[in-house]
Design a binder for this molecule. Sequence first.
Ligand SMILES: C[S@@+](CC[C@H](N)C(=O)[O-])C[C@H]1O[C@@H](n2cnc3c(N)ncnc32)[C@H](O)[C@@H]1O
Length: 219
Amino acid sequence: MALIVTQDGSHSVYSERYGVTYHSRYGALTESLHVFIGAGLRFKAAVQTDISVLEVGLGTGLNAFLSWLEAERRNLNVRYTGLENQPLTPEEAALFNYAECAGVPERQADFCRLHTCAWERTVRLSDHFHLRKKRMPVQAYRATEAFDVIYFDAFAPQAQPEMWTEAVFRALHRALRPEGLLVTYCAKGDVKRTLRAVGFEVERLPGPPGKREMTRAWK
Ligand SMILES: C[S@@+](CC[C@H](N)C(=O)[O-])C[C@H]1O[C@@H](n2cnc3c(N)ncnc32)[C@H](O)[C@@H]1O
């Protein structure tokens, strides 16, 4: 694993296979807080406390960890499903500095639990956070429950175009409850057109540092 340090001091990973990093080089933690927590989970939390989240690309577990912390701070009940077909090992994940960068160094052991807990079943990690990790490609996933929020955190379209297709977005649209939302850091015109083509209403939002815009799409 090629560990890198992004501009806010938080770690990320460089993927040799896709030639891109897992997060923005301007700040992994900053990006995750802005795109997934701010525009996704926190936005939904303004209207409901029971929230089911689907993440496409669990990766380092940063979004899951921040969602867990947010659930505790806001007294939410978050049920989190993470899809990942090429998981990092728990030993690799233990190197990440996300607990420290998030201001909760005492939660490092909890961050590691995200990676050591069982796959393919729902695990209660706290009163506020249940996690189900599924080792499979999103293309093979058929949802058996409805979600309120989808974190679409795939590698960029130019690196992994097979993630940003009509077929994938149609299945994700189907997996959302009415009024459900999908958030992604990507604001490319092609991606927004594909989202609209499968039925999403698409909203442009200011992006995190280094990105002018991001996308929130509604069912
Ligand atoms: C941009 S990284 C983001 C990861 C994660 N959200 C994070 O914060 O570390 C994209 C992730 O998608 C995963 N991935 C690649 N192809 C996938 C697929 N077909 N289905 C599900 N996940 C996939 C990669 O292994 C990687 O972990």
